[in-house]
Design a protein around this ligand. Structure first.
Ligand code: ADP
Ligand code: MG
Length: 833
């Protein structure tokens, strides 16, 4: 605290002393009236006393009780904020950070210069900022710069019940920062806010907090919500089912807003379009047209400029030490995580039926429906619309992803339509590759969604699944950190200079094997510095999980993708490979670009049809990319070609259908490419990449570099064909040995390298059907392996009594960890080591 700090700040430095002053806030009468209705207002005194007297306080309260908007104001009024001591609030979602900062500024009648927000690449923070909303990832990055968070007086961790990985880590870090600040005589207050009462992981965890923090419960008024289950559970078309249900509600039930839960942006838009068509609202229709445009597509169009001419150099290899990008500060990921709660939900009553019958798209109802989309990436001014009253004579209908579950409270909702699904990130155990998949929600989530209907009067929740299906839902979804590989998290923690990750006070620790596997992979990728010793001691040191981060690791930590892919991106500035690596990384993340994988062919006719489509596609791809050595990129070239050819044709549904591509996957790849390009541009400010979906095919030289880049990233996924002399059993003909599995594996029949059978390959993933199959296969040249993957190799002395075929200049290279490779150890031609 500076010498000019007001008395209140000095006072608040003493933990058990109440701030002496009250900072007045000039609120409008309407705002004041609305505030007084919020349940949390009744608890202001209790909350402030607890905060004054304890360094750490937990506040639990139902969504909509006023936690996010009011607690920062209580603190402000009590003199906790000044321009030198900010109140920081973290949100797991960007949408909440932006919209809550705007709401609080408005309620307090202060400008955004004082109440500001900061999300990954955007914010309006100034020197005057006293209340700062941000994503949890942003605060994590700030801790990397200033471990004591000295510019904050208070940190509020909001939505802790979501148990997002960054929130969990922040709580762990803050459990150490708070006592450190206390010691320095500059106390920091930590407030953890949760929409549920399930906070034992934070309170009954003496590794985390030595003194159990007080828990304040805010009793929210919740009107009864009648829950209606469907008799049957629709299989796939939950979006269509949502449409039919909304139509029925709108036609048959009294006034009151409708809130629909769907899983993703594309679905939200398509339902919005259908509903607008069915119940047109003139003004909204024109305004709505804008909303319909996918923002990322719009963005891409803006950037659609002619690309810079590529200059192609003829260096033989990518340079492993060339990762000269400039790291930037923040990073967060947009998540649509699941939540935990038990909210109201009773049994059957006024039921609309299962809605099996097809509805007309055109409706006879004269009352227009005011349809609004809501999802994380929607532009803030469009998001803000949901909080305004709908135009007179219309009914509000918000079609949302699960951002509306706890992050945002939409006023006036009486009916909830819950599809029961959520889009979540899943992680592949073998490859660590992540993808988004739609799955059932948890019971807690379903109840939380139902609760949205009972904010202002009794409401109804229509669940598009049966009660039997509901009983099968898991009760709560497990904390994110226990369900996923943690190499990216470990990399982030190492970037914070937390070297001994096993000792870290996780609210729920991930299994030690998961931590060890992550550490090992990061060492191999070069993101962590290996212990400077060899042999057993080295293993012991690595086993303690205490290796520090390397300069390459710091750069990798700034990319918003898994470390294997981050390594590929870090190497890709060479030879202008970035646009291609971005595309390959996006395609590998989205996966299943081709129809066959989606829908097993039933009839011979259909099989023939798919074959025809595939042949046509390969033809198209050849037209785009040409032939020749480029084909050694194998399935990754097919992925690149799929995107390249498809974008070249304008990425239309027609093109995709004719060529057996999944249209949805192609759109998703386009979005991801846009996102990654933006991320890379902000890391490498001079890269100047354009977000142009169209790209020229790579040159032959670039295709070779790309194979090397992929090899450098997927180093633990190398496989070598079993050689004739090693063949013990005919059934292993054409089989490969991998570094990770004992059993031999095969190239998947769908791979373009199925017949080529290169000696060395890298694969994206292994799937088990009738056999173990490698998918996403590229050929690599043997001499690249020791050059690009030294951590996986072990260089032996030349043999003393070499067999006749043995050339003395050759070293012996073997993978040093996995036992299989000891047995298959191979000799390499002319390797200099
Ligand atoms: P909690 O964090 O406990 O879920 P909030 O503080 O987010 O509760 O919300 C309190 C009230 O403020 C809710 O009734 C909500 O509808 C209202 N509110 C929040 N943001 C806005 C906004 N931008 N415009 C109008 N009302 C809002
Ligand atoms: Mg909130």
């Amino acid at each position: 605290t500076g010498p000019s700090a007001p008395a209140s700040q000095r006072a608040s430095n003493k933990p058990s002393c109440k701030p002496a002053v009250f900072i007045p806030v000039d609120r409008s009468p309407e705002i004041q009236e609305a505030r007084l209705k919020l349940p949390i207002l009744a608890e202001e005194q209790v909350i402030m006393e607890a905060i004054n007297e304890n360094p750490i306080v937990i506040i639990c309260g139902e969504t909509g009780s006023g936690k996010t908007t009011q607690v920062p104001q209580f603190l402000y009024e009590a003199g906790y904020a000044s321009s030198s001591g900010t109140i920081g609030i973290t949100e797991p979602r960007r949408v909440a950070a932006v919209s809550m900062s705007q709401r609080v500024a408005k309620e307090m009648n202060l400008s955004h210069r004082v109440v500001s927000y900061q999300i990954r690449y955007e914010g309006n923070v100034t020197d005057e900022t006293q209340i700062k909303f941000m994503t949890d990832g942003v605060l994590l990055k700030e801790i990397q710069k200033d471990f004591l968070l000295s510019k904050y007086k208070v940190i509020i961790i909001d939505e802790a019940h979501e148990r997002s990985m960054y929130t969990d880590i922040l709580i762990g870090l803050l459990s150490r920062i708070v006592p450190l600040r206390q010691k320095k005589g500059l106390p920091l207050k930590l407030i953890i806010m949760s929409a549920t009462l399930r906070v034992e992981d934070f309170t009954d965890n003496n590794r985390l907090f030595s003194v159990k923090p007080p828990v304040i419960q805010v009793d929210a008024r919740q009107f009864p919500v009648t829950v209606h289950f469907n008799k049957k559970t629709p299989l796939d078309d939950y979006s269509g089912e949502c449409f039919r249900k909304v139509c029925k509600i709108h036609r048959m039930l009294p006034s009151g807003g409708i809130l629909v839960f769907l899983t993703g942006q594309a679905e939200v838009h398509s339902l919005c379009r259908r509903l607008r068509k069915a119940f047109p609202y003139q003004k909204n229709n024109t305004a709505g047209g804008e909303d319909d445009k996918e923002d990322s597509v719009e963005e891409m169009r803006k950037f659609k400029k002619s690309r810079k001419r590529r200059k192609v150099m003829t260096l033989p290899k990518i340079d492993l030490n060339n990762y000269s990008v400039v790291p930037v500060d923040e990073g967060d990921e947009d998540r649509d995580a699941d939540t935990d709660d038990d909210a109201a939900g009773s049994d059957i009553d006024l039921d609309l039926g299962d809605g099996d019958s097809e509805e007309d798209e055109k409706s006879d109802s004269s009352l227009p429906l005011y349809v609004l989309p809501l999802y994380s990436l929607l532009a803030p001014e469009k998001q803000a619309k949901v909080f305004r009253a709908p135009p007179p004579g219309t009914r509000l209908c918000v079609v949302a992803t699960n951002v509306a579950e706890t992050s945002l409270t939409i006023p006036g909702i009486k009916y909830v339509v819950d599809c029961g699904k959520v889009k979540k990130r899943f992680y592949d155990k073998i490859t660590g590759v992540s993808s988004f998949r739609v799955t059932w929600i948890s019971q807690a989530s379903a109840n939380q969604r139902a609760g949205r209907a009972g904010r202002t009067e009794p409401g109804h929740c229509y669940r598009l699944y049966s009660s039997a299906v509901f009983m099968d839902f898991e009760k709560f979804s497990a904390p994110e950190i226990t369900k996923r590989p943690v190499e990216d998290l470990i990399l982030q923690m190492k970037a914070l200079n937390i070297e001994k990750v096993v000792n870290f006070p996780f609210p729920t620790p991930p299994p030690t094997e998961t931590l060890a596997a992550a550490e090992e992979l990061l060492i191999a990728l070069g993101a962590l510095k290996e212990p400077p010793v060899t042999g057993r001691l080295k293993q012991q040191l690595a086993a303690k999980l205490s290796c520090p981060i390397s300069p390459l690791g710091r750069i990798m930590a700034t990319f918003p993708v898994a470390p294997r892919y981050a390594k590929m991106l870090a190497l890709s500035r060479q030879h202008d490979c970035l646009p291609y690596t971005i595309t390959i990384v996006s395609a590998m993340t989205v996966r299943e670009l081709f129809e066959e994988f989606d829908r097993p062919a039933v009839s011979e006719e259909e099989t023939a049809q798919l074959k025809g489509k595939r042949a046509r596609f390969l033809q198209m791809q050849k037209i785009w990319a040409g032939q020749g050595p480029m084909q050694k990129l194998g399935d990754l070239m097919v992925m690149l070609g799929a995107v390249g050819a498809c974008e070249f044709a304008g990425c239309t549904r027609k093109f995709c259908e004719e060529n057996g591509l999944r249209y949805k996957a192609m759109l998703e790849i386009r979005r991801l490419r846009g996102q990654l390009t933006t991320a890379v541009n902000s890391v490498c400010t001079d890269a100047g990449l354009y977000v142009d979906p169209k790209m020229k095919p790579p040159t032959e030289a670039q295709a070779t570099y790309l194979r090397q880049i992929v090899l450098a990233g997927l180093g633990d996924h190398v496989a070598r064909r079993i050689q004739a002399e090693e063949l013990l059993d005919e059934k292993w003909k054409n089989a490969y040995k991998t570094a990770l599995l004992e059993d031999p594996v095969f190239i998947h029949p769908s791979s373009v390298l199925f017949k080529e059978l290169p000696e060395f390959v890298v694969y994206q993933e292994i799937v088990e059907t009738t056999k173990l199959y490698m998918k996403g296969v590229s050929a690599v040249e043997p001499e690249w392996i020791p050059a690009l993957l030294p951590p996986y190799c072990h260089f032996g002395k030349p043999l003393e009594n070499p067999p006749p075929s043995y050339c003395p200049q050759r070293g012996r290279v073997r993978c040093h960890r996995p036992s299989v490779f000891y047995r298959v150890s191979w000799q390499l031609p002319a390797v200099e080591v």
